[in-house]
Design a protein around this ligand. Structure first.
Ligand code: PBG
Length: 341
């Protein structure tokens, strides 16, 4: 190794006043000046549920992620709680025979999601339960809303989303997370929850949700990929080319009563996370979606990336961008890594 003395003798003399490397010389000082940190409190774990008992189904495009029956999910959620994970987000894989044109199963109080909420609330009462609100797990066409003459209609869909929200709140859900991107749904859901006696149930809106190709593996996981077929969600999810529009969406949702907002996907949209947090200062979450998970897993499986390091670095990037927390399929693994770090 060249020492500094020799270096100054044999190289051009430079003496900048500021030498940022002074603050990087050893771990203690790097730790002392570090600006952002991921903790287990930042992690929300999205999970997939299926019918049955003692059943687990691997999802090919999301290695390591499984759809679990309620009994097994309850055990997994206990483990998550013991690791300190504050909340889970529930996603049901609805049996094909229950999917209909208008997705009525969405507001059946005995549907898979409602039974799961009750099971988790009684077995693991101290973990937060967040439920997605959208019709895509329940519709035969795989769209998030009702389809009339080939069009995903807004206001009629919002009425159904209100019913879905109230049914989930009645089952014990703590946070309603509308992911459907219909206009005016946050205000309508807030009113419906309040009228039904659930003024304490919070709303985390997927305020800036983009029409993204990164959701592919998720649609395999909940079994909606075939229903959707070659259709897309571009008439309601946002155009990836827009970011000022995201601010407008967030402003509307906050005005309508959203307690927290989300940007989705995550890593390709960190600029949006930063703009949203900067502009509104409200609790802001980002969703590291299924395609992001799949990408990192695939590269790690090939030995192209160091899995543990990229998990933690990717989560840190969300915090640096201004996110207050991250929905991530890595939550349990990351919580374990953070324990040993
Ligand atoms: C349903 C919903 C989707 C995701 C979360 N809620 C898929 C979609 O909009 O098609 C995607 C999550 C992921 O990819 O991990 N409205």
């Amino acid at each position: 190794m060249i020492n500094n003395q020799n270096e100054t003798k044999t190289h051009i003399q430079i003496s900048p006043i500021a030498r940022p490397r002074r603050l990087r010389v050893s771990p203690w000082i790097r730790n002392m000046v570090s600006e952002h940190r991921v903790t287990v409190n930042d992690l929300i774990w999205p999970v997939f549920i299926q019918e049955g008992n003692n059943l687990r189904t691997p999802i090919a495009s999301m290695p390591g992620v499984e759809r679990l029956s309620i009994d097994l999910l309850t055990l997994a959620v206990k483990e998550a709680r013991d690791l300190g994970i504050p909340a889970i987000a529930l996603f049901p894989a609805t049996p094909a025979n229950l999917k209909t044109q208008d997705g009525e199963e969405a507001f059946n109080p005995e549907n898979l999601v409602c039974r799961t909420i009750r099971a988790i609330k009684s077995a693991v009462p101290d973990i937060g339960v967040i439920c997605d609100v959208a019709l895509d797990p329940y519709t035969s066409h795989g769209q998030d809303g009702l389809v009339r003459n080939g069009i995903v209609v807004n206001d009629e869909t919002v009425e159904v989303l209100c019913k879905q929200s109230v049914v989930q709140a009645r089952a014990g859900c703590d946070v309603i997370a509308p992911s459907d991107m219909m206009d005016g749904r946050v205000g309508a859901i807030r009113k419906a929850l309040d009228n039904a006696g659930f003024s304490h149930v919070a709303i985390l809106s997927y305020a800036a949700k983009y029409a993204s190709a990164f959701y592919g593996p998720f649609r395999d996981a909940v079994g909606s990929a075939n229903n959707l077929g070659k259709s897309d969600k571009k008439t309601y999810q946002m155009d990836p080319s827009n970011s000022s529009e995201a601010l407008r969406e967030v402003a509307l949702d906050i005005a309508e009563g959203a307690d927290m907002v989300m940007v989705k996907p995550g890593m390709p949209y960190l600029d949006v996370v930063a703009r949203v947090k900067d502009a509104f200062k409200v609790p802001t979450f980002a969703y590291q979606v299924s395609g992001e998970y799949a990408m990192l897993c695939a590269a790690a499986a090939n030995g192209w990336l160091d899995r543990e390091k990229v998990i933690l670095e990717s989560l840190l990037s969300f915090k640096r961008a201004g996110a207050d927390g991250v929905l991530t399929y890595f939550a349990v693994e990351a919580a374990k890594l953070l324990k040993h770090n």
